[in-house]
Write a protein that binds this ligand. Structure first.
Ligand code: CTP
Ligand code: MG
Length: 221
């Protein structure tokens, strides 16, 4: 089966607060984007890659992909306002005969074959999607606007969800065409009635949000 990866890197990185997009922040020597690009390119599961970057950053991204020798990059396109818009822009570059799509946040640089294999496996069992998830250590409370606790959420049934997220290509196309703007692709597939499975995540798939995260991930490489 042919597996296409959509690497979404079109966010502005407001919480990181640099004067360039988060994907081009330095992780060690190289721009952050270089790390997930290299790793997806090296993956035995991934056949082709579409990179989605902020408008105006297509050229630097193509040059970077060439520099790190990513032969699987098929297209580099501008994203949109919401993450779902960026995924849609990437999906438009995925050919009709693609079987599965992996959507991955460039802000989670340390993606690897083990987690990719875990999210792809449920697709051959008929699931509409699979996502990596980590158990939540803290007790969770739902609160109102004044901070008053409304309820305690059972921690046993709650997972913190990461990317890469895998879907049959047609399932993701239909879910995103519905115009839903969930914060992750699985949310769009769920909203369209799809069955999504949580598989084991990886603490090293931490998402870069702040400068501290960048330093931590640089040390883990
Ligand atoms: N993303 C995207 N297009 C958007 C918003 C987000 O491609 N319109 C991507 C980001 O580039 C990132 C991933 O989705 O790889 C997760 O988003 P997040 O961590 O929120 O990154 P930013 O939106 O860039 O950061 P911030 O929210 O701090 O601005
Ligand atoms: Mg964001």
């Amino acid at each position: 089966m042919s597996v296409w990866a959509i690497l979404v890197a079109a966010g502005r990185g407001e919480r990181l607060g640099l004067d360039q997009p988060k994907a081009f922040a330095k992780l060690g020597e190289d721009p952050l984007l270089a790390e997930p690009l290299r790793r997806l390119d090296e993956s035995e599961w991934v056949d082709a890659i579409v990179v989605v970057v902020p408008s105006g950053w297509e050229e630097p991204a193509i040059l970077l992909a060439e520099e790190v020798g990513c032969g699987k990059v098929s297209a580099c396109v501008a994203g949109g306002i919401e993450r779902a818009d960026s995924v849609r822009a990437g999906l438009a570059e995925v050919p009709a005969d693609a079987v599965a799509v992996l959507v991955h946040d460039a802000a989670r640089p340390l993606v690897g074959d083990a987690v990719i294999a875990r999210v792809l496996a449920p697709l051959s069992e008929g699931w509409d999607g699979a996502v990596p998830g980590l158990p939540v250590a803290d007790t969770l409370k739902r609160v109102d606007g004044d901070g008053r606790v409304l309820e305690t959420v059972g921690r046993d049934s709650v997972y913190a969800v990461q990317t890469p997220q895998a879907f049959p290509a047609g399932v993701l196309r239909r879910a995103l065409a519905a115009g839903d703007a969930a914060s992750d692709c699985a949310g769009s597939v769920e909203a369209a009635g799809g069955r999504v499975k949580v598989v084991d995540g990886d603490p090293r798939l931490l998402k870069v949000t702040t400068a501290d995260d960048l330093a931590r991930i640089a040390a883990w490489r």
